[in-house]
Design a binder for this molecule. Sequence first.
Ligand SMILES: Nc1ncnc2c1ncn2[C@@H]1O[C@H](COP(=O)(O)OP(=O)(O)OP(=O)(O)O)[C@@H](O)[C@H]1O
Length: 378
Amino acid sequence: MRTPVPEVLLRSLSKSFTGTRGDRHTVLHDVGFTVADGEFAAILGPSGCGKSTTLRIVAGLDRADSGELLIGGRDVSNVPSAERGLGMVFQNYALFPHLSVAENITFGLKVRRVGKAERNERLLEAARQLQLEPYLNRKPGQLSGGQRQRVALGRALVGGSRLILMDEPLSNLDARLRADMRTEIRELQQRLGLTVLYVTHDQVEAMTMADKVIVMREGFVDQISAPENLYAQPANAHVARFIGAPPMSVIEVRRDRDALLIGEDVRIPADALLSRYGHDLPENLLLGIRPEDLVPGTAASADAFTLPGALERQELLGADRLATYGVGGQRLRVRVRAAHAVPAQSVLSASLEHVHLFAAEDSVRIPEATRPILAQAS
Ligand SMILES: Nc1ncnc2c1ncn2[C@@H]1O[C@H](COP(=O)(O)OP(=O)(O)OP(=O)(O)O)[C@@H](O)[C@H]1O
């Protein structure tokens, strides 16, 4: 069977800008990923990591210094933006305030000299899909933020493109509306079979909407993965510290034979944990546990990793309580139900499968051996 051609393919894209003092700084290093036909892919990362630059290159608003960019299997590096067959939605909507909703939606069609009858037909189709029919004669200033957002989407859809690029489209909306629009955009994407490349710094948006998340940091791609896997198996400690609310606690530990040392004084027997890995574990490690995977008290199961903690503070997050415990001068967070009291001094336990190890040197995740070493020996 032939593998389908990805709708969007980026390979080894690099980009640098010249600074005010004439110095070059590289903002994209070897960026590569694909977006399949009908897939919702989110580029996620902190401010300045290169998300918008990547999107602008795909859109044709900017050019990469090197690398390949294919849309629908065709090299589009030299194809102008308007001929790339894509629609765009930006944070500030870029609506014309003096034009009506209908005129805003059909503006691009008019520029492209699409006839009036066809313009109307496409307008009504987009308005129906986005439930904008009652507002077609209003001006953008007479609409709510969510409605304006839908007009911007309508303008992207009306051109007939099935590939839509979105750059932080929800960041101007309040929290409640943002949550509604997340669902709305995802439903629309699925209903119309759109291919979406979506830029956001908000992990909740990426995790709830996307089929695939591309995590970026300082111009590099850290991980490309389905949301569940990003959460369960972060590729490095940076992703681990970025994903989750609150994110994974990551502490520095040193391996000493069958034990782990935390700070100067804390020595934790860890043979059960370490036996899950090969014998060539580095000495300096980062150990990560998600707050929701760590509980105060000794776990009922023998299959657990335990360490002593001293309560430093706690906060109530509505349904849950978030406690910070100190161990060997570092901090681990514990998330329990609000009704749960957290003791001042406690053993903290996590099941072994929820303990993540990364190499301290490069932060990269250390994979577990396929089976525990002890089991392999038998
Ligand atoms: N035209 C430009 N000239 C010089 N530097 C630029 C230009 N455009 C972007 N940069 C720099 O490139 C880096 C990446 O910017 P980019 O806008 O892609 O980041 P981002 O991840 O989208 O951030 P944000 O979420 O804040 O929009 C930043 O350091 C930015 O200052």
